[in-house]
Structure formats: structure tokens, C-alpha cells
Write a protein that binds this ligand. Structure first.
Ligand code: FUL
Length: 592
């Protein structure tokens, strides 16, 4: 059963044009006998809800990952953390919000509770919260401080409440935990003013013998709708879709009108597996898929990525280069998505100076490159967009009027040079915004040619720019050299050997992305040896947290360098409980 609000195609009061045809808000269900052409025609009239529309217009949104992990130097806490570790020395939510506001962000989402279950507000539902910490003598409330700062600076607020809870004794006892979760959600959505986005993460990794929780998603959704009717529900929810990676890259072909069923709906598993798709699939909306699907959702993409390698603050990590952030901007905002950039407050409880600086550099890069639109006269009928005078151009930004649906399937861009029209670029989907870059040409107009669309394409805007990507940073200063050690794998064990014994400071395990990441290590034991016969265990967290969603190189630095010729990892769990492991690469870290 779908929710009442989403069960049937509803006529959208906002839109009644397009030859008098009706629009379908958020979901369109196809009649059983519908032909492909009929389905495509209906798909062209699938539109966002008002809440989705407002969210889509935010463009830049920020994430704040903050909690016990900030103090334990982990990415996923296991729930056994002593609340006393949470003790920021100079927490200043105004500094967070002012920094983000200055950098052009319009909404900020805080991890009110991450997978470790530690609540950043003094909840009545568990003792595992700021109330049990020394911070502000147990009288603090991070959510309240952030609320106040958001009010001061006119910033929208969103909250991340992790469904997976490694601390709650009720977790896995489904009805009891669902009640606790609803109570937490109710506190957050009642006591902290207007909340504009609620984030229910999909991660859960208790493993084959772990606790399995049956979430009552539709109940959670109802609570949100009742308490915060203007909010959007992200990730497992049906308003905002996870783009499918944590690397900051949207799809080249990004359909907001998708055959993928959001996971809050009970039929999602069956429906998505029948269609052979999941959140990471490359194709989630092509004609071939629409032909097979019995309904489509308007479920637009959000690109969540961290400004640093990890989601939480770690002393030994640095913010990404401006170049990388500019590329992320083009591959998210420029690919029909909203960018959700994470900036993790540090142990003081402040956005680190280097991150703040990088954010302002990004803001200036966007302003400098996207404020001088060369187009002065638009003629949508001919598709010709004229400039004031011939100018260097290497970038086009195209927007569809998505209040009429997402329709364009492929298009070409031509530039008028002194030699006539010259093709400079082409793309597939457009949606809310598609930015394409191309080799610089001198031209006095661009022409947009729509090659294929679902019904009549409704162009909102075409802009042209001459942009410059920031220079690549020179290699960042690092304390360690990365040594490509000789390594071999047998069953669940990876053994690396150095030509001679050295003080090894850590390692980098890079998962292999082949065969759907088969053989990726999730939990492991690390050991060192001088002779390959006698082994000593090395203390590590023993977990590559979040490797499923974010299969990037895993850099592990030991507490202190260990003299060894051999380093071995024995996997205690592969991501899908397989009995073998693989690696894309394995390097050892040596102090310089
Ligand atoms: C993931 C989580 O497991 C990460 O820790 C992080 O919160 C990210 C945004 O979502 O699934």
C-alpha cells in the first residue's frame, strides 16, 4: 500500500496548461494495458510537489557530522562510547551557520543522532545523550543552539536521525525500537521550530547474526508529515533520493522521474528487484525501464559528499582542493541534483579554519564564474541564445521548467563562430539544471537543439559562461610516504611484505570495484610480523566503516609506528559475508 498522499496520480492544482492535460504530482501509476508511448506521455507529465520544488531551488546545502565519533576519531561508533568523551571546548553554532551563510549555503543538516545512538539533544528516550556528557555540565543542547543560530542568520534547518542505532537495547526488537524512534523524531520535530529536511540514512551493517530491525517507515513518514508538513524526507524517504555514491558525482543521465521505488514503501524491494535496479544503478529512468515499470516517482537526486575524506572530523585529514570542490559542484548542481556538502566541526566544536577558507574559495569561484551570463537575448522558439558581442565561451547551463515535468532525453549545443555554427557539446537529461563544459570557442550565440524529448520540451533558461577551473593543488604535505608493498591474498587473508623490516605507520586498503565490489573487506584483524611466522596484533578499529556506500581507499594510521617486515589483514567479515577477499591496491605508510 502506498501512502494516501501518494497512492494515486493526483491532479496538480499548480499546473493546468500543456494543452489542457493534467499533471501527476510525485507519482504516476500506469494503467495495466498502457503502451510504451502512452507511458512515456504520462511520464512527461510527472511533476514535483511544492516541498520538492522548494528544496530543488536551494542548490547548495550543508551537512554537519558531529558527535562522539568526532572525539573517538572514528567514522562509525559502535554505541559503547562513554558519553563523557563528548566535550567540545568551544562549541559555537553561530560560527557554523555564519560560515555556511557567507559561503552561500541555504540549509544545514545536523547529525542529531548517528549510528552510535548518541543524541545531540537532551532526549527523554535514552540516557545516551549530551545530558550525560560534561559539555555545558550536561545542560547543553546542540540542536537548540543550532536552531537559534539558524534563526539569527536566516538559514533553513534539517536533521539527520539515524534509524540504525548501535546503542539502543531495543534495536532489533522491532515494535519497541520503532516506538523509541518515533519518540525521538517527535521530540526533534516538535521542539526545534521549522525543520525543512529530515534525513533517514539507509546504512545498517549488523551482519548475518546481528539484530534485524523491521522499520515502520510509513509511520515515521506520517509523523513527519503531521509535525512538519513543509519538510522533505530524504534517502529512505520519497522526497529526496540518494544519488548512489558518496564521491560527489551525479549521473550524466539523471532522471528525477524514476522507476526506482523509495525504500519507505513496502513494495520497494520486490519492485526494484523485478526491474533489476537499485539506488546505485546507472539507469533509473530510461525508456526501456519505463516500458517495464508500472509506476514512476518524482524522486530527485541529492549528492552528499564530504569536504574531507571522512564524514567526521579527523585531525590527520585535510579539506579537498578547490579544484576538486569545483568539479563536485559541476557534477552535482550541474547534473540535476542538489549538493549536500559535509563540513565536520572539529573537537573544539568549530568549523576548522582551513575548511572555512575552502568554503569561501568555493563561493568566490562560483560567483566569479557564474555571474557573467553571456546570453542577452533568448529565443526559445528557434533555440538561439545571442550574446552582446563575440566572446570566449566554454560552458552552457540549461534548465527545464520542471513544474511541467522532466522531458528532455538528448540535446546538442552549437556555437556561432566566424566559420558558422559549430557543434560544441551534447547531453542527455537536463531537469532542474544541466551544466556542460567544452573547449573554449569565440562565438556570438549558442543554439540548443533538442534531439529527443518526452512530449514538448519546456526550456526555462539557457545561460552561457566562460569559466576557469581552479588549478590542481600541488601534492598536499603529508607526514607519511605511501609504499606500494608486495602483497598476496589467500582466502580471507591479505599479506604484505616489505624488502626489509621498517617502522610501519599504517596502511591504505583500496577495495576492488570489480564484480559489484565482491571480496571487499568490512571487518578485519591487523597483525605485524618480523619473519612471517610469529604475528602480533595491531590495535585498530577493525572496521572499514561505510565502505559499502563509499568504496574509497581506506587509510589506517596505527597508534604508533610498528617495526615489521610483514603486515597482514585477516578479514573477519566480507561486505556480503563471502568467504574470500579482494583488493584493488594495498600500500603501507612509512614515516618520512
Ligand atoms: C552513510 C553513513 O553510514 C555515513 O556515516 C554518513 O552519515 C553518510 C552521510 O551516510 O550512509
Amino acid at each position: 500500500m502506498l501512502l494516501a498522499t501518494c497512492a494515486l496520480p493526483t491532479f496538480n492544482a499548480l499546473a493546468q496548461s500543456d494543452g489542457g492535460s493534467a499533471f501527476y504530482e510525485k507519482v504516476v501509476e500506469f494503467p495495466k494495458e498502457a503502451t510504451v508511448e502512452e507511458k512515456i506521455e504520462m511520464a512527461s507529465r510527472l511533476v514535483p510537489s511544492q516541498n520538492q520544488m522548494e528544496w530543488q531551488n536551494l542548490g547548495l546545502t550543508a551537512f554537519l557530522h558531529f558527535g562522539v565519533n568526532t572525539f573517538t576519531d572514528r567514522e562509525w561508533g559502535d554505541g559503547s562510547e562513554d558519553p563523557a568523551v563528548f566535550n567540545p571546548t568551544a562549541l559555537d553554532a553561530e560560527q557554523w551557520v555564519k560560515t555556511l551563510k557567507d559561503a552561500g549555503f541555504r540549509l544545514v543538516i545536523l547529525t542529531a543522532k548517528h549510528h552510535d545512538g548518541f543524541c545531540l539533544w537532551p532526549t527523554k528516550t535514552t540516557g545516551h545523550s549530551v545530558a550525560a556528557s560534561p559539555w555545558r555540565n550536561g545542560k547543553g543542547d546542540v540542536v537548540a543552539e543550532l536552531r537559534k543560530a539558524c534563526d539569527k542568520y536566516g538559514m533553513k534547518l534539517g536533521l539527520y536521525l539515524s534509524p540504525w542505532d548501535r546503542n539502543s537495547p531495543k534495536y532489533g526488537d522491532s515494535p519497541a525500537y520503532n516506538d523509541q524512534f518515533v519518540a525521538q523524531l517527535t521530540e526533534l520535530l516538535t521542539n526545534y521550530g521549522k525543520i525543512d529536511e529530515v534525513w533517514f540514512d539507509g546504512a545498517c551493517a549488523e551482519g548475518p547474526n546481528g539484530k534485524r530491525q523491521e522499520y515502520d517507515w510509513l509511520r515515521f513518514r506520517k509523523v513527519m508529515e503531521t509535525l512538519q508538513p513543509d519538510a522533505v524526507l530524504a534517502i529512505t524517504g520519497d522526497d529526496v533520493r540518494w544519488v548512489g555514491n558518496e564521491g560527489g558525482v551525479g549521473r550524466e543521465t539523471e532522471w528525477s522521474a524514476t522507476a526506482l521505488t523509495p525504500s519507505i514503501f513496502p513494495e520497494s524491494e520486490a519492485s526494484n528487484s523485478n526491474l533489476g535496479i537499485n539506488a546505485m544503478s546507472e539507469d533509473i529512468g530510461s525508456r526501456q525501464l519505463v516500458a517495464k515499470a508500472d509506476r514512476l516517482y518524482w524522486w530527485p537526486s541529492e549528492v552528499d559528499v564530504s569536504i574531507r575524506p571522512g564524514w567526521f572530523y579527523h585531525e590527520n585529514e585535510k579539506p579537498h582542493s578547490l579544484r576538486k570542490l569545483a568539479e563536485i559542484y559541476l557534477a552535482s548542481v550541474g547534473r540535476n541534483a542538489v549538493l549536500l556538502l559535509n563540513i565536520p566541526p572539529d573537537r573544539r566544536g568549530l568549523i576548522h579554519e582551513s575548511d572555512a577558507k575552502r568554503l569561501m574559495q568555493l563561493r568566490h569561484w562560483v560567483d566569479d564564474n557564474f555571474s557573467n551570463n553571456l546570453v542577452v537575448r533568448s529565443d526559445k522558439a528557434t533555440g538561439i541564445y545571442r550574446f552582446q558581442a563575440p566572446a570566449a565561451v566554454n560552458c552552457v547551463s540549461v534548465s527545464e521548467d520542471i513544474t511541467k515535468g522532466q522531458r528532455i532525453e538528448s540535446f546538442e549545443v552549437f556555437a556561432r563562430t566566424t566559420d558558422g555554427w559549430k557543434k560544441v557539446s551534447h547531453g542527455t537529461t537536463v531537469g532542474n539544471k544541466r551544466i556542460l563544459t567544452f573547449d573554449t570557442v569565440t562565438a556570438d550565440a549558442l543554439m540548443l537543439v533538442i534531439d529527443s524529448s518526452r512530449g514538448k520540451a519546456c526550456i526555462k533558461d539557457v545561460e552561457a559562461y566562460n569559466i576557469t577551473l581552479p588549478e590542481e593543488d600541488t601534492a598536499p604535505e603529508d607526514r607519511y610516504s605511501e609504499i606500494a608493498a608486495h602483497y598476496s591474498i589467500s582466502g580471507m587473508t591479505l599479506t604484505a611484505e616489505l624488502p626489509e623490516s621498517k617502522p610501519v605507520a599504517g596502511f591504505i586498503y583500496t577495495p576492488s570495484l570489480k564484480d559489484n565490489k565482491a571480496g571487499t573487506i568490512f571487518h578485519y584483524r591487523a597483525e605485524a610480523s618480523a619473519d612471517g611466522l610469529h604475528w602480533t596484533e595491531i590495535p585498530t578499529s577493525g572496521e572499514f566503516s561505510n565502505i559499502v556506500n563509499n568504496p574509497v581507499p581506506q587509510r589506517v594510521v596505527f597508534g604508533r609506528p610498528i617495526e615489521a617486515k610483514f603486515i597482514r589483514l585477516t578479514a573477519t567479515e566480507e561486505i556480503n559475508s563471502r568467504d574470500f577477499i579482494t583488493a584493488g591496491d594495498f600500500q603501507l605508510l612509512l614515516e618520512k
